[in-house]
Design a protein around this ligand. Sequence first.
Ligand SMILES: Cc1ncc(COP(=O)(O)O)c(C=O)c1O
Ligand SMILES: [Zn+2]
Length: 365
Amino acid sequence: MILRCPKCNNTYKPEKNRYICDCGSVLIVEYSSLQWRPKGEGVWRYKFALPFRGRPVTMDEGNTGMVHSESVENKLGLREVYFKLEGDNPTDSFKDRGTTVVISRAKKEGFKTVGVASTGNMGASVAAYAAHGNLKTKVFVPADTPEEKIAQIVVHGAELVRVEGTFQDCVNALWDAVHDERVYLAETGLNPYYIEGEKTLGFEIYEDVGIPDKIIVPMGTGGLITAIYKAFKELKQMKRTRKLPQMVGVQAAKCSPIIDAWKRGSEEPKTPKKAETIASAIMVKTPFNGRTAIRAINESNGTAVEVTDRQIVRAMKELGKDGIFAEPASATTLAALEKIEVEEKEKVVLVITGHGLKQPEAVFG
Ligand SMILES: Cc1ncc(COP(=O)(O)O)c(C=O)c1O
Ligand SMILES: [Zn+2]
């Protein structure tokens, strides 16, 4: 296993305290050989493609629901639309898939404390898994993070720091506070092992419904879309498929640095001055994984869609009428499906990344 920089192509051995490239970019894990050998259930069913050996810190994450939606199919004249329900995870979002891997590594490497900056869900996930693994956690979140997510962080006994500012200010505060090699950085954009755990979402989609034509994914840092696409590329490498799904990335109209770069034909998102959206989980002005997210969209011949807050709230209510409670960031996927071109026979998967109870007030909007 090596770590490769998607920006300058430098490679590194996976050593303790090696998080990012010397050029400042995130790093991506690469395996010299992979063999498809699923065994057991959930995230650890795909241990053969995960960067951890030994006894993991796990709470039975993964193995989430895949639900067929007749009402959306009928409304949009499509034949196969599925929701992948990541709210089924222990802390109600897909983050647990990455966190089980990252906290397992932190514990094995002998760390006692982990640090994370978060728009809420990652903080909740890391706080829970660190508590389960008997580690301490410091969580930095924007001051206006939904109270439901704050409650999740607090109940697990994490040290909570509310930062007056954006997610990027939280990352800066995290860097300042943990200039200490004894604190493990459990941060999506900085820790390459997150993507590896999140990748299992792609493997599950494959086992649930085969190779979809399109997968619609909300983008904040761009980590999740990178991870799902990596899963399908590894399936190709393992000769499970020749076809790859088209990746469709979604952002909020007033916070869309990845899509803005994609539209310019660039792989370098620029930090917007202002950002604002009800989908607080994806309100990320500096997307660490923007480059790999844009590559996933381009390489897979996919597309990217911006959705307004009004469209997000409408989609959230529509999902509710189909029995699905999605948080605003996750409802962006349905809002996006309504805006892209899809052929009737195409199989489409919408990743419902987090449960609606994490940010319920949007329902009354
Ligand atoms: C509910 C939800 N959906 C989507 C995302 C986007 O994931 P990423 O930051 O990996 O692009 C996040 C990230 O926090 C999230 O919490
Ligand atoms: Zn580099």
